[in-house]
Design a protein around this ligand. Structure first.
Ligand code: SF4
Length: 192
């Protein structure tokens, strides 16, 4: 298996799908590389493409606020990545062919991080990682166990910015995630 540095370097030179032609930056991922929790979104937007970091801009700020509610922080105790590492033009959904081409990078990140809990952010990530027919309106907040790892999905922060009526349900999901993290992850909430 490649080291973390080798993996990041190779990913940043990737031309495996046409999204490399229009990207400004490859958005590899950010956070603790030994986190017990991984957060996975669908792909970079405009701000992420410009800055080379996942979940920046308004959606990123909201994600940071959501994480803070349950004692999580992008630098301290989670790792954040996306299904595709380069921005789809005009923020369209990544094509299945692009997701397939990019999935090996995420597989390698997952193998290096070895999370105990995976939180999918939105339908695209949940469909790719939990099951292909995932319905985010009906299945957000539910738990799925794969090879001993607990997977769940919540609404994507961009969806919560567009439709504030989804926020109360997400608050319930976050409280539920907090309970699961407390019982599953022994190194996440370290005493200060
Ligand atoms: S989206 Fe993924 S597979 Fe496509 S060029 Fe970027 S890093 Fe490579």
């Amino acid at each position: 298996m490649a080291s973390w540095t080798q993996l990041e370097k190779a990913c940043k030179n990737c031309t495996k799908c046409p999204l490399h032609e229009t990207r400004t930056n490859v958005v590899f991922g950010t956070g603790r590389t030994d986190a017990e929790i991984m957060l996975i979104g669908e792909g970079p937007g405009e701000s992420e493409d410009l800055q080379g970091e996942p979940f920046v801009g308004k959606a990123g700020q909201l994600l940071d606020d959501m994480l803070k509610l349950i004692g999580l922080d992008r630098k301290l105790n989670v790792y954040i990545a996306n299904i595709v590492k380069c921005r789809p033009p005009h923020n369209r959904d990544p094509l299945f062919s692009e997701q397939d081409a990019c999935m090996d990078w995420l597989r390698n990140q997952y193998a290096l991080v070895r999370p105990k809990v995976v939180i999918c952010l939105g339908r695209i990530a949940a469909s790719a990682l939990i099951h292909p027919d995932f319905k985010i309106t009906k299945e957000h907040g539910k738990w799925f166990v794969k090879d001993g790892v607990k997977f769940t999905a919540i609404y994507h922060p961009s969806a919560l910015l567009r439709d504030e009526s989804k926020r109360p349900e997400t608050f319930v999901d976050l409280k539920n995630i907090l309970q699961v993290v407390k019982t599953t992850c022994t190194n996440t909430y370290l005493p200060i």
